[in-house]
Design a protein. Sequence first.
Length: 116
Amino acid sequence: VKAQKCPASSPFVTSVGGATYGAIFREPFIQVDAETTGGFSSLHTNPAPAYQAKAVAAYLQTSGKRPSSNVNASRRCVPDLSAYSTGFYTVQDGNDQVIGGTSAATPVVAGMLSSI
């Protein structure tokens, strides 16, 4: 669990994380990249909202992972939303390429929100 910096930890933005779905030996799993996707706000002015309290407490009890000493679990947890983020085929300058990560997940969420 890491301390997340601005802009993702800002209370004035909606942060988006990426998730991958896969299977190992026919067992499905969903994976998120903890290094770039989630953690607690590094801003001392950004306390955890009440709606996150139950989920954060459950996570800290069951995950076996504890925040490092530079992380304050009483601060806002990010991301706000996650979306699938692996294997997006794109064409740039006439060349096919596959992209992933939050650079793929964020436009997915933006497109969904624009449809509301």
